[in-house]
Design a binder for this molecule. Structure first.
Ligand SMILES: Nc1ccn([C@@H]2O[C@H](COP(=O)(O)OP(=O)(O)OP(=O)(O)O)[C@@H](O)[C@H]2O)c(=O)n1
Ligand SMILES: C[C@](O)(CO)[C@H](O)COP(=O)(O)O
Length: 219
Protein backbone atom coordinates (compact mmCIF):
# COMPACT_ATOMS: atom_id res chain seq x y z
CA UNK A 1 0.00 0.00 0.00
CA UNK A 2 3.03 2.28 0.30
CA UNK A 3 1.81 3.56 3.68
CA UNK A 4 3.60 3.79 7.05
CA UNK A 5 0.37 2.72 8.74
CA UNK A 6 -0.15 -1.05 8.63
CA UNK A 7 -2.86 -1.82 6.09
CA UNK A 8 -5.38 -3.14 8.63
CA UNK A 9 -5.32 0.23 10.44
CA UNK A 10 -5.92 2.43 7.38
CA UNK A 11 -9.23 4.31 7.52
CA UNK A 12 -12.04 3.77 5.06
CA UNK A 13 -15.66 4.94 5.37
CA UNK A 14 -15.17 6.07 8.97
CA UNK A 15 -13.40 3.00 10.43
CA UNK A 16 -10.22 1.00 10.07
CA UNK A 17 -10.18 -1.97 7.69
CA UNK A 18 -9.88 -4.22 10.74
CA UNK A 19 -12.98 -2.73 12.39
CA UNK A 20 -15.10 -3.15 9.25
CA UNK A 21 -14.06 -6.79 8.97
CA UNK A 22 -14.69 -7.50 12.66
CA UNK A 23 -18.06 -5.71 12.59
CA UNK A 24 -19.26 -7.77 9.62
CA UNK A 25 -18.34 -11.03 11.34
CA UNK A 26 -19.87 -10.08 14.70
CA UNK A 27 -23.08 -8.96 12.97
CA UNK A 28 -23.58 -12.42 11.45
CA UNK A 29 -25.95 -14.21 13.88
CA UNK A 30 -24.24 -17.62 13.43
CA UNK A 31 -20.80 -16.35 14.52
CA UNK A 32 -20.26 -17.03 18.24
CA UNK A 33 -16.68 -15.88 18.79
CA UNK A 34 -13.79 -14.24 16.98
CA UNK A 35 -10.02 -14.76 17.31
CA UNK A 36 -7.82 -12.00 15.90
CA UNK A 37 -4.15 -12.66 15.13
CA UNK A 38 -2.13 -9.52 15.83
CA UNK A 39 1.43 -8.58 14.91
CA UNK A 40 3.72 -9.06 17.98
CA UNK A 41 4.46 -5.30 18.03
CA UNK A 42 0.83 -4.23 17.56
CA UNK A 43 -0.03 -1.31 19.84
CA UNK A 44 -3.14 -0.08 18.03
CA UNK A 45 -5.65 -2.88 18.64
CA UNK A 46 -6.10 -2.00 22.31
CA UNK A 47 -7.36 1.48 21.39
CA UNK A 48 -10.24 0.10 19.29
CA UNK A 49 -13.38 0.06 21.47
CA UNK A 50 -14.96 -2.56 19.21
CA UNK A 51 -12.34 -5.11 20.25
CA UNK A 52 -13.56 -4.94 23.89
CA UNK A 53 -16.46 -7.18 22.82
CA UNK A 54 -16.50 -10.27 25.07
CA UNK A 55 -16.71 -12.56 22.00
CA UNK A 56 -13.24 -11.45 20.83
CA UNK A 57 -9.95 -13.19 21.67
CA UNK A 58 -6.54 -12.13 20.40
CA UNK A 59 -3.39 -14.15 19.69
CA UNK A 60 0.08 -13.23 18.45
CA UNK A 61 0.30 -13.87 14.70
CA UNK A 62 3.28 -15.08 12.66
CA UNK A 63 5.52 -13.98 9.80
CA UNK A 64 3.20 -15.25 7.06
CA UNK A 65 -0.56 -15.36 6.81
CA UNK A 66 -0.53 -19.16 7.25
CA UNK A 67 1.49 -18.80 10.50
CA UNK A 68 -1.09 -16.36 11.87
CA UNK A 69 -3.95 -18.65 10.91
CA UNK A 70 -2.26 -21.63 12.55
CA UNK A 71 -1.66 -19.65 15.77
CA UNK A 72 -5.33 -18.62 15.89
CA UNK A 73 -6.56 -22.18 15.22
CA UNK A 74 -4.30 -23.61 17.92
CA UNK A 75 -5.60 -21.04 20.42
CA UNK A 76 -9.20 -21.71 19.41
CA UNK A 77 -8.80 -25.47 19.78
CA UNK A 78 -8.39 -24.97 23.57
CA UNK A 79 -12.03 -23.81 23.82
CA UNK A 80 -13.76 -25.38 20.79
CA UNK A 81 -14.41 -28.93 19.58
CA UNK A 82 -12.76 -30.44 16.45
CA UNK A 83 -16.20 -30.70 14.80
CA UNK A 84 -16.98 -27.01 15.32
CA UNK A 85 -16.98 -24.86 12.19
CA UNK A 86 -14.39 -22.12 11.82
CA UNK A 87 -14.25 -19.27 9.29
CA UNK A 88 -10.94 -17.59 8.40
CA UNK A 89 -11.15 -14.02 7.12
CA UNK A 90 -8.64 -11.37 5.94
CA UNK A 91 -8.62 -8.04 7.78
CA UNK A 92 -7.81 -6.64 4.33
CA UNK A 93 -11.34 -7.47 3.08
CA UNK A 94 -13.43 -4.80 4.86
CA UNK A 95 -16.22 -4.97 2.26
CA UNK A 96 -17.49 -8.29 3.63
CA UNK A 97 -21.23 -8.10 4.41
CA UNK A 98 -22.90 -10.11 7.20
CA UNK A 99 -25.20 -11.53 4.49
CA UNK A 100 -22.10 -12.98 2.69
CA UNK A 101 -21.07 -14.70 5.92
CA UNK A 102 -24.53 -16.18 6.46
CA UNK A 103 -24.73 -17.34 2.81
CA UNK A 104 -21.41 -19.18 3.18
CA UNK A 105 -22.45 -20.73 6.50
CA UNK A 106 -25.81 -21.87 5.11
CA UNK A 107 -24.19 -23.47 2.02
CA UNK A 108 -21.46 -25.24 3.98
CA UNK A 109 -23.66 -26.53 6.79
CA UNK A 110 -26.23 -27.84 4.29
CA UNK A 111 -23.68 -30.17 2.65
CA UNK A 112 -21.22 -30.74 5.49
CA UNK A 113 -18.29 -30.02 3.12
CA UNK A 114 -16.02 -27.06 3.68
CA UNK A 115 -16.26 -24.12 1.33
CA UNK A 116 -15.06 -20.66 0.42
CA UNK A 117 -16.52 -17.48 -1.01
CA UNK A 118 -15.23 -16.94 -4.55
CA UNK A 119 -16.08 -15.14 -7.76
CA UNK A 120 -15.93 -16.58 -11.28
CA UNK A 121 -13.20 -15.08 -13.47
CA UNK A 122 -14.79 -12.78 -16.07
CA UNK A 123 -11.70 -11.69 -18.04
CA UNK A 124 -9.88 -13.66 -20.71
CA UNK A 125 -6.88 -15.17 -18.89
CA UNK A 126 -3.39 -15.58 -20.38
CA UNK A 127 -0.42 -17.64 -19.18
CA UNK A 128 2.87 -15.86 -19.91
CA UNK A 129 6.49 -16.84 -20.40
CA UNK A 130 9.22 -15.25 -18.26
CA UNK A 131 9.64 -12.41 -20.78
CA UNK A 132 5.99 -11.34 -20.50
CA UNK A 133 4.74 -12.78 -23.79
CA UNK A 134 1.59 -14.85 -24.06
CA UNK A 135 2.19 -18.59 -24.00
CA UNK A 136 -1.45 -19.61 -24.04
CA UNK A 137 -5.02 -18.57 -23.28
CA UNK A 138 -6.68 -20.48 -20.45
CA UNK A 139 -10.25 -21.76 -20.43
CA UNK A 140 -11.87 -19.47 -17.87
CA UNK A 141 -15.12 -21.38 -17.52
CA UNK A 142 -13.75 -23.26 -14.50
CA UNK A 143 -11.62 -20.50 -13.00
CA UNK A 144 -12.55 -18.69 -9.78
CA UNK A 145 -10.94 -15.95 -7.66
CA UNK A 146 -10.77 -17.12 -4.05
CA UNK A 147 -12.02 -14.76 -1.34
CA UNK A 148 -12.46 -15.12 2.40
CA UNK A 149 -14.10 -16.17 4.69
CA UNK A 150 -13.07 -19.77 4.12
CA UNK A 151 -15.02 -22.23 6.27
CA UNK A 152 -13.97 -25.69 7.46
CA UNK A 153 -14.29 -27.84 10.55
CA UNK A 154 -11.71 -26.79 13.11
CA UNK A 155 -10.04 -30.20 13.54
CA UNK A 156 -9.67 -30.88 9.81
CA UNK A 157 -8.34 -27.40 9.07
CA UNK A 158 -5.86 -27.45 11.94
CA UNK A 159 -4.54 -30.83 10.76
CA UNK A 160 -4.36 -29.66 7.13
CA UNK A 161 -2.50 -26.45 8.04
CA UNK A 162 -0.02 -28.44 10.17
CA UNK A 163 0.48 -30.96 7.34
CA UNK A 164 1.10 -28.15 4.84
CA UNK A 165 3.69 -26.58 7.15
CA UNK A 166 5.45 -29.94 7.67
CA UNK A 167 5.50 -30.50 3.88
CA UNK A 168 7.13 -27.09 3.42
CA UNK A 169 4.16 -25.91 1.34
CA UNK A 170 3.45 -22.18 1.10
CA UNK A 171 -0.32 -21.92 1.27
CA UNK A 172 -1.85 -18.52 0.54
CA UNK A 173 -5.32 -19.64 1.63
CA UNK A 174 -6.86 -22.34 3.82
CA UNK A 175 -8.51 -24.08 0.87
CA UNK A 176 -5.02 -24.85 -0.53
CA UNK A 177 -4.14 -26.74 2.65
CA UNK A 178 -7.47 -28.60 2.56
CA UNK A 179 -7.02 -29.48 -1.16
CA UNK A 180 -3.52 -30.80 -0.40
CA UNK A 181 -5.02 -32.97 2.36
CA UNK A 182 -7.54 -34.39 -0.13
CA UNK A 183 -10.71 -32.64 1.09
CA UNK A 184 -13.50 -31.35 -1.19
CA UNK A 185 -13.85 -27.57 -1.09
CA UNK A 186 -17.07 -25.97 -2.35
CA UNK A 187 -17.05 -22.63 -4.18
CA UNK A 188 -19.82 -20.31 -3.00
CA UNK A 189 -20.64 -17.13 -4.91
CA UNK A 190 -19.00 -14.11 -3.26
CA UNK A 191 -19.57 -10.38 -3.82
CA UNK A 192 -17.47 -7.82 -5.68
CA UNK A 193 -17.47 -5.58 -2.58
CA UNK A 194 -15.45 -8.23 -0.71
CA UNK A 195 -12.24 -7.26 -2.53
CA UNK A 196 -8.78 -7.56 -0.95
CA UNK A 197 -7.36 -4.09 -0.36
CA UNK A 198 -3.93 -4.43 -1.97
CA UNK A 199 -3.13 -1.14 -3.75
CA UNK A 200 -4.13 2.45 -2.76
CA UNK A 201 -6.91 2.65 -5.39
CA UNK A 202 -8.66 -0.27 -3.66
CA UNK A 203 -9.39 1.99 -0.67
CA UNK A 204 -11.57 4.31 -2.76
CA UNK A 205 -13.28 1.35 -4.37
CA UNK A 206 -14.11 -0.38 -1.10
CA UNK A 207 -15.29 2.98 0.38
CA UNK A 208 -17.68 3.27 -2.57
CA UNK A 209 -19.16 -0.16 -1.77
CA UNK A 210 -19.34 0.44 2.00
CA UNK A 211 -21.07 3.81 1.61
CA UNK A 212 -23.76 2.25 -0.62
CA UNK A 213 -24.42 -0.80 1.53
CA UNK A 214 -28.09 -1.85 1.57
CA UNK A 215 -30.06 -3.08 4.62
CA UNK A 216 -30.33 -6.49 2.94
CA UNK A 217 -26.53 -6.89 2.84
CA UNK A 218 -26.27 -5.81 6.48
CA UNK A 219 -29.06 -8.31 7.45
N1 LIG B 1 1.72 -12.35 8.71
C1 LIG B 1 0.45 -12.16 8.30
C2 LIG B 1 0.17 -11.63 7.03
C3 LIG B 1 -1.15 -11.45 6.66
N2 LIG B 1 -2.15 -11.80 7.53
C4 LIG B 1 -3.57 -11.67 7.17
O1 LIG B 1 -3.76 -12.04 5.84
C5 LIG B 1 -4.53 -11.06 5.17
C6 LIG B 1 -4.20 -11.04 3.70
O2 LIG B 1 -2.85 -10.79 3.58
P1 LIG B 1 -2.36 -9.57 2.72
O3 LIG B 1 -3.42 -8.59 2.55
O4 LIG B 1 -1.72 -10.13 1.54
O5 LIG B 1 -1.38 -8.98 3.75
P2 LIG B 1 0.05 -8.51 3.50
O6 LIG B 1 0.86 -9.66 3.01
O7 LIG B 1 0.39 -7.88 4.80
O8 LIG B 1 -0.12 -7.35 2.41
P3 LIG B 1 0.21 -7.28 0.87
O9 LIG B 1 -0.07 -8.60 0.21
O10 LIG B 1 -0.71 -6.23 0.38
O11 LIG B 1 1.64 -6.89 0.80
C7 LIG B 1 -4.26 -9.77 5.93
O12 LIG B 1 -5.31 -8.88 5.81
C8 LIG B 1 -4.16 -10.29 7.34
O13 LIG B 1 -5.47 -10.44 7.87
C9 LIG B 1 -1.83 -12.31 8.77
O14 LIG B 1 -2.74 -12.61 9.55
N3 LIG B 1 -0.53 -12.49 9.13
C1 LIG C 1 -6.73 -15.66 1.27
C2 LIG C 1 -6.75 -14.78 0.06
O1 LIG C 1 -7.30 -13.53 0.37
C3 LIG C 1 -7.66 -15.42 -0.98
O2 LIG C 1 -7.66 -14.65 -2.14
C4 LIG C 1 -5.39 -14.59 -0.50
O3 LIG C 1 -4.88 -15.81 -0.93
C5 LIG C 1 -4.42 -13.91 0.45
O4 LIG C 1 -3.18 -13.90 -0.17
P1 LIG C 1 -2.04 -12.86 0.14
O5 LIG C 1 -0.92 -13.28 -0.75
O6 LIG C 1 -1.75 -13.02 1.59
O7 LIG C 1 -2.58 -11.53 -0.23
Amino acid sequence: MGSDTPKQYLQVAGSTLLEHSVRALLAAPSVSSLTIALHPDDTRAQSLALLDDARIHTVVGGDERADSVLAALQDLSARAAPDDWVLVHDAARPGLAPADVERLIAAVTSTGNGGILAEPVVDTVKRSDAAGHVLTTLDRTQLWRAQTPQMFSLGALLQAMENAREAGLTVTDEASAMEYAGHRVALIQGAAANLKVTVPADLALVAWYLERRTDEEIL
